[in-house]
Design a protein around this ligand. Structure first.
Ligand code: DGT
Ligand code: CA
Ligand code: CA
Ligand code: ZN
Length: 574
């Protein structure tokens, strides 16, 4: 399958265009297309042979021609030309805080700096201070930024690693000598970032599986290749470890390589006390040396008298105590979600019409969807002023009369202004079904100010949800300074819900915070913040975070049916 390689190329084109200062719409178009291809459930070549490339979301005529050229000749001239114009290391430079595309270009032209290492050297040798507009302070800041970036680059966000891993697993599953294959490691546990991807497979002919694996398209380097274990690095820098075992060892190996390490250690201690030895190869009775039959992971847990612990809970070992005491939660699943309460339409910065978003929600089996476009101060996102919002309410009323099988809720994502006031008058907010309040500006306030700003919004009698409560963007923007204990306490007091924003570059609230919130009786809502119909599919990432936070469906607002939801929303209660 060439999907990944193509997605990677398109994303790189987006980055290169950005470096050249190209129009942001063009840059976004490439990134969107990259994402669509990454998520494509089938082989891109199959789609191409059917002549249906243009039916993939985000692929227009021009892109179709480029992909056609690449699939038929193996070369995309446009991409090769862009790469010739700019050295590839320049992309990394723009990820250093304080170095935008323009500065990266100048550093390249004036000092010949082509990558992170060269930038670091230039800072240490105090050469940056000779560039106009930079000084000794910039050298220090950039050095600190490089250090932070290096730490981040060691781990990959879940949203990038998961589609890649799923594709590798699908390719391996099609290989005739493979019996079972599954994702393991931190990725299976749903951690927000992963150090590498772990895959476990079973086969009677492991060597042939390894041959196939190291030939995966997009491999940059083969780090190790044995008969039971191989490690590769993909061009995007992601490492993938594959273990191949006999099929009767598969379940034990899957359990072992899912981890976490702490979970494994705690489970082994428990097994020892029962006279059992658990290893990656299986379970044996210590006295008899007799192996137990282990067909599924549930058998591993059953051997020590435990119910099966879901992978998302296998972290610090406390889940084993909970399992022993019968305190494992019945975790929420994607199927429990009845709607999305934070999405954008073309009325603000979304891509699709309200009707298209509603139909896409219906296709996903939802009962309702709330349209929450931006408020006026977010003018870059074409935020709605009261009169346009008024028009939108009429449009939604019309659509609700016309459409069956989905209820469109009115709403908005109102900006929490610097002083904690909201960007739309209360009379308007009172008329909406769902009000999400979010911070999108002045993110550098100190912790006390930022906390009180959000607290003020929660005290508003119409605000139902705080959107992406810490504002982080994984790998790009640190969370803003905010006292989460206090936010959670006030949320409990005011009946305001906190969002798990499911967009894979946010995952905000994060798992630990969502777990605190649940323990203090705060309702969580899982929203995609979709800006297009396919964005609705990111719900799965949010559900993963919720599972890691030990949430059941009773803890999650959008698992309620519409009548229940209405009764739970602030204005619906009146
Ligand atoms: P990562 O890759 O840093 O995001 O985290 P993991 O958990 O995927 O760690 P990784 O890839 O080093 O190893 C995968 C699993 O293999 C790990 O979760 C548990 C198991 N494992 C690895 N090393 C050890 C070990 O020394 N002892 C035990 N008990 N298990 C281990
Ligand atoms: Ca791993
Ligand atoms: Ca690994
Ligand atoms: Zn939003």
């Amino acid at each position: 399958m060439k999907n990944l390689e193509l997605a990677w190329i398109l994303a790189e084109i987006g980055d290169l265009l950005e470096l050249q200062g190209e129009n942001p719409f063009k840059v976004r178009a490439y990134r969107r297309a990259a994402r669509a291809i990454e998520l494509l459930p089938e082989d891109i070549e199959a789609v191409w042979r059917r002549g249906e490339l243009g039916r993939i979301e985000g692929i227009g005529k021009a892109l179709e021609e480029k992909i056609d050229e690449w699939l038929s000749t193996g070369v995309m001239t446009y991409y090769e030309e862009l790469r010739r114009q700019l050295p590839p290391g320049l992309r990394e430079l723009t990820r250093v805080p304080g170095v935008g595309p323009k500065l990266a270009q100048r550093l390249y032209q004036e000092l010949g700096i082509r990558n992170l290492d060269e930038l670091e050297a230039a800072c240490r040798e105090q050469r940056l201070r000779h560039v106009k507009g930079l000084g000794a302070r910039s050298e220090e800041n950039i050095l600190r930024g490089i250090e932070r970036l290096r730490r981040q680059m060691e781990r990959f966000p879940l949203g990038l690693a998961l589609p890649v891993a799923q594709q590798l697993v699908r390719a391996l599953a099609e290989f005739p000598s493979v019996q079972r294959v599954a994702i393991a490691g931190s990725l299976r546990r749903g951690r927000e970032t992963v150090g590498d991807v772990d895959i476990v497979a079973s086969s009677a002919d492991p060597a042939s599986v390894m041959d196939e694996f190291v030939r995966t398209p997009g491999v940059e380097q083969v780090l190790a290749r044995g008969d039971t274990k191989a490690s590769i690095v993909l061009k995007m820098g992601l490492q993938v470890d594959l273990r191949v075992v006999r099929d009767d060892q598969f379940a034990a190996a899957l359990h072992h390589f899912t981890g976490s390490k702490e979970h494994n250690v705690a489970l082994r201690e428990l097994a020892q006390a029962k006279g059992l030895k658990i290893s990656e190869y299986g379970i044996v009775r210590v006295d008899e040396g007799e192996p137990l039959a282990v067909a599924t992971e549930a058998d591993v847990f059953a051997a020590v008298g435990l119910p099966c612990i879901p992978p998302e809970l296998r972290e610090d070992g406390s889940e084993i105590a909970a399992a022993r005491e019968g305190r494992l939660p019945a975790l929420i699943t994607l199927g429990d979600i009845k709607g999305d309460l934070h999405v954008h339409s073309e009325w603000s910065d979304g891509l699709h019409s309200i009707e298209a978003m509603a139909l896409a929600a219906r296709e996903r089996g939802y009962e309702y969807i709330a349209i929450t476009d931006h408020s006026p101060s977010l003018s870059v996102a074409r935020g709605l002023d009261p009169s346009r919002l008024e028009e939108q309410l009429e449009e939604i009323a019309r659509l609700n009369r016309r459409l069956d099988g989905i209820r469109i809720l009115t709403g908005c994502e109102v900006d929490i202004l610097r002083d904690g006031s909201l960007d739309l008058p209360d009379e308007i907010l009172a008329r909406l079904d769902v009000v999400v309040a979010s911070v999108h500006s002045a993110m550098n306030l100190d912790e006390a100010e930022m906390t009180e700003r959000i607290v003020a919004a929660m005290r508003n009698p119409h605000v139902d949800i705080i959107g992406h409560p810490t504002g982080r963007i994984l790998g790009r923007r640190e969370p803003y300074a905010v006292d989460m204990e206090r936010i959670i306490a006030v949320a409990a007091e005011t009946g305001t819900c906190l969002e798990i924003n499911a967009s894979p570059d946010r995952l905000d609230l994060k798992d630990v915070h969502a777990r605190w919130a649940r323990e203090r009786g705060v309702m969580i809502v899982i929203n995609t913040d979709a800006h297009s119909t396919d964005g609705l599919d990111q719900m799965a990432y949010g559900v993963t975070v919720a599972r890691r936070a030990w949430l059941g469906k009773a803890d999650v607002l959008n698992c309620l049916s519409w009548p229940e939801l209405k009764a739970r929303l602030k204005d619906g209660r009146r």
